[in-house]
Ligand binder design. Sequence first.
Ligand SMILES: [Zn+2]
Length: 475
Amino acid sequence: MTRRAGLLLLALLLTACTEGDTAQTARPPATTAPAPATAPPTSTTTALPAATVAGCPAVPARAQPDPARPKYMLRADVHPVEGTVDGQLKVVFTPDLDTDRLVFRLWPNGPKSGPAAASLETGPVTIGDRPVTSTLDDATTLVVRSGGTFRAGRPLEVAMTWQLRMSGPANDRVSKNGDSMRLGSFFPILPWEPGVGWATDAAVGGFAESSTAPTADFDLTVVLPDGFNVLASGAPDPARPGHFIAAGMRDVALSVGRFDTVSAVAMAPQPVQVTVGVQKGVVDTETPKAYLDRVVASLEDFGKRFGPYPWPAFTMAITPELGGGIEYPGHVMQGQNTFGVTSHEVGHQWFYGLVGNDQGRDPWLDEGLATWAAARFEGRLDRVKARVIPPAVRHRVGEPMSFWADKSQLYDDGVYTQGAQALAALGDPALVDCALRVYVAVNAYRIARQPDLVRAAAAVFPDAAATLASYGVKG
Ligand SMILES: [Zn+2]
């Protein structure tokens, strides 16, 4: 996400505003159809050709999603006027380690920087139609037990109903703003890290409420009253209106409202159906078309630099009362007048979306890398490099959210800017992109850790470990 609501961003936004196009019309209809909704995640089964930049090694074939990944059936009956969502969740989950419990995170119940605006409650839980015990360890952590051990490799079909209530607007990922709603990190989700177990980091308000979730497949059904639209993660299923297929995604999110939408196809490098919607009545100095063009251009740039965008569709919704952007796989939420953060949020499609990370443990892995991606795209790398990092957080880029929780004023410099500076210190920016392309290929659909990035960088820069360590990267 972006939390850069300061003067620097304001300056960027004001500059960007002059680039807006007043035309509200959509681009001509796409000439290339998006991939079928049922397509699996984009696969690269052979090694990518070596990038042309000297010193960039052949990039390995992109890793593929775990065949035993969770399969979610998620239904959301959305009531925008009432500010409620009635949900049903069924997930087939196959742990790869024995475990004595199942955990679901209920992120809307986490601490908020502003007034509490949402709550998520769950109904009785079943496993294979058999009722089981569920308890709240804390407001965001639902624990399910059967009295025995859930064995590695044995699929479990877990089901529950849930209800989300929103009381009003919040500068956050779950919010109701008049006729529009943001629904991010809004349903019970399994925080399983394959090979490790349950991720139960404490919720840290206002920072990183989506934390760890494994790559999964989602069959998402959204039911809306007449007159409302939805922009969501995943590809709309043409055979089933209101259904979205989100294959190989760590999470899904959606925005509901009365949107003016524009669409185009990005070549990143496969065709990606891009749709941008702006809530009607939002007073905005840019138009949907300006955001659309920036999304398409950044998707295409990042597809070249970091490897293909992995899904057939991307959507962005602009809704009120949000100071920046919030990323989800295949869907980005932005507030009004946030043109300047668009490429940063698109960068998260690779760094957080495709290559996952625990946002509580390793926040710089997505924020620092998205900042790098956008800085080169926007031609502002020199400005990022010149920024002076406050001494209190210098050399601490690799710290977890528990470190940053009482340093919110230093978080942008310490994690976003310093993260991009650490990458810049490696050497030639084109070779840094090469290293990130290796990182993406090796860690796609997985939850990466800081040593994974150090290893990828060391494949290109022999002294990468020492360089990154001097910024506080934990190799
Ligand atoms: Zn971000």
